[in-house]
Design a binder for this molecule. Structure first.
Ligand code: WTA
Length: 655
């Protein structure tokens, strides 16, 4: 973020003075009571870990902090699939619904109880084992939002096989990059996935990726789309052949006793280089962190119906569609498709049908609903909703208010939850019933979490000032490293300010100690809540044979938070054209995935560079934002930016 943008963000947020104190009826029943913030860090995590998780062997030490590496619950043994499924059946909750699943095609529904889920997980685990997946085998997962996705994750957890789920919108290149980095031996995928009424051929992408990922020796393919697919005899196996005939008796596949610090999964995320980072999450800390935060922040009661409308391909889905809610024996809704299929009221139909009481989504989706207008929500009975949540990017106060008014009926608290792939669990958030809400502020660190705002020199900024967000103490679900790259782990998170976790977000802490998040401070863009690095997109562009050079930056966008703008120089001094723009955008979609497509490409004979040859991204950001240009004195050739500015007035393409 430029200083100017930061200053304006602060101005805008300072102007926000609306306050929503907790309602007494909510407070009286809230899971979080006032003394929660007084609890001592160690007592808090120790008590909560024992209350929320079933251990096969107790841990001997709560945590060890060998900076920058934390280990939690050492000596403890447990299994995540047992905690998420079996113990609830043993406790008499077998008939309770785990998932109300809605397929994208209308009337395509499944109700899965905890007893059903147990049988399905056991069958899958038995089938996977017969194929050769064992404790420690690395598995890639590339699926849409079908029940078999959480079933796969739980079956792998049962066996003790670490996995990485790759979002279904990623390209074959992105998928193979992840399979190779993790050295996956198996891939669980499906034939096709529904997307706005059409089948998207996932298997074709999976096939291309497997071509480039030699460690993958077998694939399991779920039939979902019914589309024609390629097939490699010997390597590919239908899910129904592998899984259907297996026993669903839990004793046929007892859960492995995993060590607290055994790797659970990797989630790849964008950083400031082109290569995504494999963020490591381990077993006990992740389970404790997600279940405890889910319990207090979403105030979940036994009769609630919880809907986290994210995709399981991202960390939000891992933590708050799969592990947190299932560990708490919650009933969740899971929806396969897009919000406007077949019509723009699909979400509100779902809320009404299942009487959803807690809804958790991203600001970009709220803004999309705002654009469509409140009439879609108004045409359904949403009175079951009692709590709303937001995640993924700073929520502008207008969207916050709209969400509360038109979705929450002007009654519900809205919890703006701040966290990251790396943190594994929510870290800064209101607690409903306790916190006075301020639209646009994620308010306070979760109990047991210590956050601060630092200036450039690592001094704490006094109340009211902006700076860099840092976390000062370890927390159970924190990342344990970047897979295969300890140096990058140290460099990215622990070297900017020694001894504290560097988040990469700007923030301000106000007089009440409430945090206001201000977006990324590094070269990571946030487009519709998805993290994409500028350098990743630049490498995808220069990968095109006609591109000589590319520089990419984000500009503010009222719908998607940020939109990607690319500045491109073609080889041989060639001029760009609308056709070339389409071609390059498609090329980026092919290399990374459609989410990374630039909204606009500005062709320019030259990029603004310093005399030492460094591209001046700051100036490009000014151009992209249509702002007055900052200092241009260090430019090798100052006329370049003026020319780019003129070219940048070309209307951006729509997607
Ligand atoms: C941003 C998603 C402001 C932030 C769970 C962070 C937010 C990045 C919020 C992580 C929020 C997430 N307010 N910004 N409530 N939640 N962010 O890894 O920039 O996909 O660093 O994890 O999203 O994105 P990630």
């Amino acid at each position: 973020m430029t200083e100017e943008a930061g200053a304006r963000a602060i101005d805008a947020l300072l102007a926000e003075e609306r306050r929503y104190p907790p309602q007494p009826e909510f407070t009286a029943r809230a899971n979080a009571q006032a003394d929660i913030y007084d609890r001592n860090f160690e007592e808090f995590w120790d008590t909560e870990a024992k209350a929320r998780v079933s251990w096969l062997a107790p841990y001997d030490s709560l945590y060890e902090w060998d900076l920058p590496y934390a280990k939690w619950f050492l000596g403890g043994k447990l299994n995540i699939s047992y905690n998420c499924v079996d113990r609830h059946v043993e406790n008499g909750l077998g008939d309770k619904v785990a998932y109300y699943w809605e397929g994208e095609p209308v009337d395509d529904r499944r109700v899965i109880t905890y007893a059903d889920l147990q049988g399905l997980v056991v069958k899958a685990a038995n089938g996977f084992r017969k194929l050769g997946i064992e404790r420690g085998t690395h598995v890639g997962v590339y699926m849409g939002m079908v029940p078999e996705l959480p079933i796969t994750m739980l079956a792998l957890a049962r066996i003790g096989a670490p996995f990485t789920v790759v979002f279904g919108g990623f390209s074959p290149d992105s998928l193979s990059g992840r399979l190779n980095d993790m050295q996956c031996e198996y891939l669980i995928t499906q034939d096709g996935a529904w997307r706005r009424g059409r089948i998207f051929d996932l298997k074709k992408n999976a096939d291309e990726a497997m071509e480039m990922a030699p460690t993958v020796k077998a694939a399991v393919v779920l039939r979902r789309g019914g589309n024609e697919i390629g097939w490699q005899e010997g390597r590919d196996h239908w899910w129904h052949d592998v899984v259907e005939h297996e026993s669903d008796d839990p004793s046929s596949c007892p859960p492995e006793a995993m060590d607290a610090e055994d790797l659970f999964f990797l989630m790849y995320t964008s950083g400031t280089t082109a290569r995504p980072k494999g963020i490591m999450h381990t077993t006990a800390g992740y389970l404790v962190g997600t279940s405890v935060t889910h319990h207090y922040i979403f105030d979940v009661k036994p009769d609630d119906v919880f809907w986290c409308a994210a995709d399981i391909g991202w960390i939000t889905g891992h933590s708050y569609i799969v592990v947190g809610p299932l560990a708490n024996a919650t009933t969740s809704v899971m929806y396969e498709g897009l919000p406007d299929f077949p019509d723009r009221d699909r979400w509100w139909q779902i809320v009404e049908r299942y009487k959803v009481s807690i809804l958790y989504t991203a600001p970009t989706t709220i803004r999309t609903h705002m654009k469509w207008g409140p009439e879609y929500a108004a045409s359904h009975d949403l009175s079951s909703l009692r709590l709303l949540g937001s995640v993924g990017e700073p929520i502008n106060p207008e969207a916050w208010i709209w969400y509360r008014e038109h979705v929450g009926g002007g009654r519900t608290p809205v919890v703006d939850t701040w966290w990251q792939t790396e943190t594994g669990m929510i870290l800064i958030t209101p607690l409903p019933g306790l916190t006075t809400l301020k639209p646009g502020s994620a308010t306070k660190p979760f109990p047991g979490v210590e956050a601060a705002v630092y200036d450039d020199h690592g001094n704490e900024v006094p109340p009211g000032g902006g700076g860099y967000l840092v976390i000062k103490t370890p927390w159970p679900a924190m990342l344990r490293g970047i897979y295969g790259d300890p140096e990058r782990y140290q460099q990215t998170y622990w070297s900017r300010f020694p001894g504290v976790y560097f988040v990469g977000d700007g923030a301000r802490k106000d007089e009440d100690g409430d945090f206001w998040l201000m977006g990324r401070v590094d070269d990571v863009m946030n487009v519709s809540g998805h993290r994409i690095s500028t350098i990743e997109v630049e490498s995808a562009l220069v990968d095109h044979p006609e591109v000589a050079e590319a520089a990419v930056c984000g500009r503010n966008d009222p719908m998607t938070g940020q939109a990607i703008v690319a500045f491109v120089t073609l080889k041989g001094g060639k001029e760009g054209s609308p056709e070339k723009m389409t071609e390059l955008r498609d090329h980026v979609a092919k290399v990374i995935g459609p989410i990374a497509k630039p909204a606009n490409i500005v062709f320019t004979p030259e990029l603004p560079k310093t005399r030492s040859g460094k591209i001046m991204r700051r100036l490009l950001r000014d151009v992209a934002e249509n702002r007055a240009l900052g200092d241009t004195t260090t430019l090798a050739d100052a006329s370049v930016v003026e020319e780019i500015k003129e070219r940048a007035t070309v209307t951006p393409t729509e997607d």
